[in-house]
Design a protein around this ligand. Structure first.
Ligand code: ADP
Ligand code: ZN
Length: 527
């Protein structure tokens, strides 16, 4: 029984009357039937796939209150408001509430006057929450963002480990765990850690065919972005992701100064400004949010036409989740990423200096490697993305590599020249340098720094004039992605890897991707 006074035992009827939709999407119906019938479910569905209804409808159909565990505290109020507007009796408990507000929700829960109760995972740390749950009737547990339980994933939250106790305490209450990010490894880990041995697994296709994936070499990122907006997305709503708060601010100012309506969003802004910019984005048309990754989890805006990344995301999971916020309405949308050598250098450095043990650093390193492999692939981006999530597919025809296939070329000789420059510096001079100095040496430039270090007397000085500077940067980037070169230390110095020897010893050919049009275009924009 819901507040709208309907006695609803039929999921299709709830879908129509409460949510206003005619038919279920994808596997929604089977998932809902499974949970309504009292069984457990593990749901892997991409962002925008329609996960919420998979627990909201069973909670309305089954007797009792559906308890939803969600880490998205900032969004609980919005979610609950939206549900209440549709006539669903929803409430939440989290740390943002005062005692009085909490008491009210608790009373509603105990009296059975709620259909859905949203809980932050840390609430379950306190015994009083568990005893509260004992005093009401629970129809189901929904564990949203279930990948947060995976220690090998990119978004681990220790409080999620406690969620296995739900099953121990309430063995008869069905559970549904949902996530939009799941590699094979994460998928398995969720099932194990949440004790979902009996659960049916529902794995939707992760493909988002209306999103066009494009990854371009980064020159002058803000100008490149401006070009993209002017030529393809004038007046469109979109999200621009930057790594640092500072670049968020600068980019938002830059776009505003160039006639676009853009607002910043990052954790350093006060909570009122953040809330206001978020709600403007949801309500207004054609607004651009420039944000750190703090923005977007759970944001449901159907007509986001582009998601642009000005810095390299830390993992493919993160990238896919962020780009997945584009085009939920199914209309053509763009996922655009600019990435350059500096990104690789910066992220390696962040990994090297990150807290945690070696295993943690190795994990971050392999996330980065997968991201680089995606950036440097000569094959369909979508095929590579889906393969990362364990799904096979054919070339899509709607990504940059499908639309303008990059030529690959034999880069063995330039790779040898570059690697032997690194070798000579390392072994003859006991020196290490970054990409800039190496390229100056290869191009035979007598810069002050070259003269200071007497690098013009190296035998490799000036042997690389067949390539332009931008092309050399591409070679460095790709050798890094192929692990034929590595970054070390704080200053982005480049060193050889074990595999470099195979190239230097002429035992290995190096294929590189050439991007004539895009490099030329980016260079033109940069002027
Ligand atoms: P997810 O949590 O998987 O990212 P949501 O549950 O937020 O996705 O759903 C994404 C959007 O799709 C929402 O606007 C939702 O209302 C809509 N939606 C979900 N199921 C259906 C359906 N069966 N028919 C039409 N729209 C739907
Ligand atoms: Zn493709």
């Amino acid at each position: 029984m819901t507040a709208s006074g309907l006695s609803v035992s039929d999921p299709a009827e709830v879908l129509r009357r409460i949510f206003g939709y005619d038919s279920f999407r994808g596997q929604q119906q089977e998932i809902i039937d499974q949970v309504v019938g009292g069984g457990d479910a593990l749901v892997l569905m991409p962002t925008g796939g329609g996960k919420s209804l998979c627990y909201q409808i069973p909670a309305l159909v089954r007797d009792g209150v559906g308890v939803v565990i969600s880490p998205l505290i900032a969004l609980m109020q919005d979610q609950v408001d939206a549900l209440r507007a549709a006539g669903v009796r929803a409430g939440f408990l989290n740390s943002t509430q005062d005692f009085e507000e909490r008491r009210l929700v608790e009373a509603e829960f105990v009296a059975g006057e709620l259909d859905l109760l949203y809980l932050a995972p840390e609430r379950l740390r306190v015994e009083s929450t568990l005893s509260l749950l004992n005093r009401g009737k629970i129809s189901l547990f929904a564990i949203d963002e279930a990948h947060c339980v995976a220690q090998w994933g990119h978004d681990f939250r220790p409080d999620y480990l406690n969620l296995s106790q739900l099953h121990e305490r309430w063995p008869d209450v069905p559970r549904i765990a949902l996530t939009a990010t799941a590699t094979e490894a994460t998928h398995t880990e969720i099932a194990t850690r949440l004790n979902l041995g009996e659960a049916r697994h529902f794995v939707a296709s992760f493909d988002r065919p209306n999103i066009q994936y494009r990854i371009v070499p980064k020159n002058e990122p803000k100008r490149q972005l401006l070009e993209l907006l002017r030529t393809e997305h004038d007046g469109d709503a979109g999200i621009v992701y930057c790594l640092s708060r500072n670049s968020v601010e600068k980019t938002a100012e830059f776009l505003s100064a160039n006639g676009f309506r853009a607002v910043p969003y990052h954790a350093g802004l006060d909570s009122r400004t953040r809330a206001e910019n978020q709600s403007r984005f949801l309500r207004e048309e054609g607004l651009i949010v420039v944000a750190t990754i703090a923005f977007g989890m759970g944001i449901d805006k159907p007509d986001v036409r582009f998601v642009a990344h000005l810095d390299l995301p830390k993992s493919v999971e993160g990238y896919y989740q962020e780009t997945g916020r584009a085009g939920r309405d199914g209309l053509p949308s763009t996922a655009w990423l600019a990435y350059g050598l500096q990104d690789v250098v910066q992220q390696r450095k962040m990994i090297d200096t990150s807290e945690g043990d070696d295993a943690h650093r190795r994990r971050l390193g392999s996330h980065l490697d997968a991201m680089l492999a995606l950036c440097e692939t000569v094959e369909c981006r979508r095929v590579q993305l889906l393969a990362y999530f364990g799904q096979k597919s054919d070339p899509c025809g709607n990504c940059d590599t499908c639309l303008t296939p990059p030529e690959s070329w034999d880069g063995t000789v330039p790779a040898q020249k570059l690697l032997s420059t690194v070798y000579r510096l390392q072994h003859e001079r006991r020196q290490k340098f970054g990409a800039g100095q190496l390229i100056d040496i290869l191009l035979g430039r007598k810069t002050a720094k070259v003269i200071q270090h007497d690098h013009d007397s190296l035998t490799v000085f000036g042997i690389g004039t067949e390539l332009a500077e931008a092309e050399w940067r591409g070679v460095v980037r790709q050798l890094l992605a192929q692990r034929l070169l590595a970054v070390e230390g704080d200053y982005g110095t480049l060193v050889l890897t074990e595999e470099s020897a195979e190239v230097l010893g002429r035992r290995r050919e190096v294929r590189l991707r050439r991007e004539p049009e895009r490099v030329a275009k980016a260079a033109k924009v940069a002027k």
